[in-house]
Design a protein around this ligand. Structure first.
Ligand SMILES: *Cc1c(COP(=O)(O)O)cnc(C)c1O
Length: 218
């Protein structure tokens, strides 16, 4: 298997220039399907930021690879019984806060450990039952409540997964919904959206953090 980092970066760059030459875009490689050796291969090609969607996998890979200066992101569904493990790993960013309950559970443990944690709120922008995330119409209020009630969580913006469909108009709609919310949030600086099949569309809607897995390897 070869890595496609250079091809993906070239595609990102093309879409970025078409959107705005001034846009700065970060690529987080989602390593959930990969062996350690493939992560090392991508690191050696220049990739530093990686993400996982299961706390146990994040823990194992972060510990296995701790001799490399990797930056780890958590992008999966958050469960209360995994919070202690997750915050002890001090991920660079948790992308998936989707309720006040989980935010408060994080807050309680962060406070107890004397830690602060950067995080995003996940938005269920296409209103799909199978997906986590806050309903778009509740996002603004909930984001502010989390900021007020959870001071150890540093809220930096929002994340979404594009609509699960082949129709680019529907996918674009879900990204635009998220972009609109992002633009109303004071001090938000991260708009995390765009995966292997839709990252160019996400860039066209202002994404500045992409989460790409399968397109990088295979
Ligand atoms: C798996 C995953 C990705 C990457 O998906 P690909 O289609 O492999 O690029 C991005 N975000 C989340 C939340 C994921 O679970």
């Amino acid at each position: 298997m070869a890595n496609h980092l250079q091809e993906v970066i070239a595609r990102i760059e093309k879409a970025r220039i078409a959107y705005s030459r001034h846009q700065i875009i970060k690529l987080v490689a989602i390593s959930k399907y990969w062996e350690d050796s493939q992560i090392i291969d991508l690191y050696q090609s220049g990739q530093r930021a990686f993400g996982e969607n299961k706390v146990q996998d994040l823990k194992r890979k972060a510990l296995d690879l701790d001799r490399y200066p990797l930056e780890w992101h958590f992008v999966g569904n958050l469960q209360e019984n995994k919070i202690n493990t997750l915050i002890s790993l001090k991920p660079a960013l948790i992308h998936s806060i989707d309720s006040l309950k989980i935010a408060k559970a994080l807050q309680m443990r962060l406070e107890r450990e004397g830690l602060r944690q950067k995080a995003l709120m996940q938005i269920n922008s296409a209103k799909e039952e199978t997906k986590g995330g806050v309903a778009p119409e509740e996002a603004y209020e909930l984001y502010h409540r989390i900021q007020e009630e959870c001071p150890n969580l540093i809220m930096e913006g929002v994340m979404t997964i594009g609509a699960h469909t082949e129709d680019p108009n529907k996918i674009k709609e879900s990204f635009e919904t998220t972009q609109k919310i992002y633009e109303t949030l004071p001090n938000a600086k991260i708009l995390s959206m765009g995966m292997s099949r839709d990252f160019e569309l996400a860039i066209a809607c202002g994404a500045n953090l992409l989460r790409i897995g399968s397109a990088l390897m295979g």
